[in-house]
Design a protein around this ligand. Structure first.
Ligand code: NDP
Length: 330
């Protein structure tokens, strides 16, 4: 039995509070699964920030190791799908929520949750994309299914300086769309333009009380914010346009009206990355390989040492993180 370092969230039942810190775990602490992985890289998503800070009830089993994304090398496998030495990629499946996650030097997971690391990406690049970037791709695919073509009109991206937003801008601009980036950090305008945003707007213009219908502005939108922002966006989408909603950084509610749906034929697509089936994931990673400009990905990425991951998780829910963080675990 060998020990390994992990971030562990524990709950104090009596006080209903939680604590988080580094601990030494051993193999007996690992949960069920048929593949043991030496974790090399992870990343910090908004959800990891919610888990570490306890600001939303993301963790549903204690003790928990947070971390919803990983790249690692298989150490042992009882599955025919993977052999020791294989490089694997994990995104979601309740890891970091109900099953011990990726902020650890070792993990045991189900082979059904793992994909071979796509050959077009280094471990750092795959984690610079991570759940945030793969979700951005799922949202782009939803707009494509709606037949929103480059040149059809401006496409809005909210939470633009965050992880989903940064990758969504790079993808949409790379495909030839006119991208409008909405941010609370207008000082990041140069960064957003370097990813391909054609225009940058202040997110405050989308947070007032939503009208049932407002001036038609965008043919489509990718929204990482939710709440009044999503309601305002829906009221501003052009006739027959669509919104891909994937986030709640500004709220879980949706304080709008049905007017955009019944008077403008607007469509609202829901995006879930966590339990998306394997063929959907493979298709999204294939498109990321084909369409994501690696220089823009590098611009959006910053490395964090394993020891800095708890602080980084706190920073992300405080809106202090730009783009994507890659955590160097092993
Ligand atoms: P980030 O923190 O990197 O990005 C979120 C961005 O939202 C911030 O950078 C900020 O952008 C903006 N924002 C933050 N707080 C507020 C606020 N109160 N009001 C308006 N805007 C705000 O997180 P991620 O990109 O990792 O995730 C974004 C959202 O998408 C989260 O809610 C996350 O839970 C969700 N998500 C959902 C997934 C799914 O499967 N559906 C998968 C991945 C993420 P700026 O400073 O530019 O304004």
């Amino acid at each position: 039995m060998s020990s390994f370092k992990a971030v562990v969230i524990r709950q104090n039942e009596a006080a209903a509070t939680q604590s988080v810190g580094f601990e030494s775990l051993d193999d007996a602490d690992l949960m069920e699964g048929d593949v043991t992985v030496r974790v090399e890289r992870s990343t910090v998503n908004y959800k990891d920030g919610l888990a570490v800070t306890g600001r939303a009830p993301v963790v549903r089993r204690f003790p928990m190791v947070p971390g919803v994304d990983a790249v690692g090398t298989v150490e042992t496998s009882e599955s025919a799908l993977f052999a020791p030495g294989d490089r694997v990629l994990l995104n979601g499946w309740g890891v970091g929520e109900t099953h011990l996650g990726a902020f650890a030097e070792r993990a045991r997971w189900k082979s059904d949750w793992l994909l071979p690391l796509p050959s077009g990406f280094s471990p750092d690049e795959a984690m610079a994309i991570g759940t945030a970037g793969y979700t951005a791709m799922l949202a782009v695919l939803a707009l494509e299914r709606h037949d929103i073509k480059p040149g059809a009109g401006p496409v809005l991206v909210t939470g633009a300086a965050g992880g989903v937003g940064s990758i969504a801008i790079a993808l949409l601009a790379g495909l030839g769309h006119h991208v409008v980036a909405s941010t609370g950090r207008t000082e990041e305008a140069d960064y957003l333009k370097s990813l391909g945003a054609a225009e940058v707007i202040d997110r405050a213009s989308l947070t007032g009380p939503p009208k049932p219908l407002a001036r038609e502005r965008w043919v489509g939108a990718i929204d990482a914010v939710g709440g009044a922002t999503l309601a305002n966006i829906l009221s501003m989408i052009r006739y027959d346009g669509a919104v891909a909603a994937c986030g709640m950084a500004g709220g879980l509610d949706l304080p709008g009206s049905v007017a955009p749906f019944i008077l403008r034929g607007v469509t609202l697509y829901g995006i879930d990355s966590v339990y998306a089936p394997k063929p959907v994931r493979l298709a999204a990673w294939e498109r990321l390989d084909r369409d994501l400009d690696r220089a823009k990905l590098a611009r959006a990425m910053r490395r964090v040492p394993f020891d800095g991951v708890i602080e980084a998780a706190r920073d992300i829910v405080d809106g202090k993180v730009r783009g994507r963080l890659v955590v160097e675990i092993g």
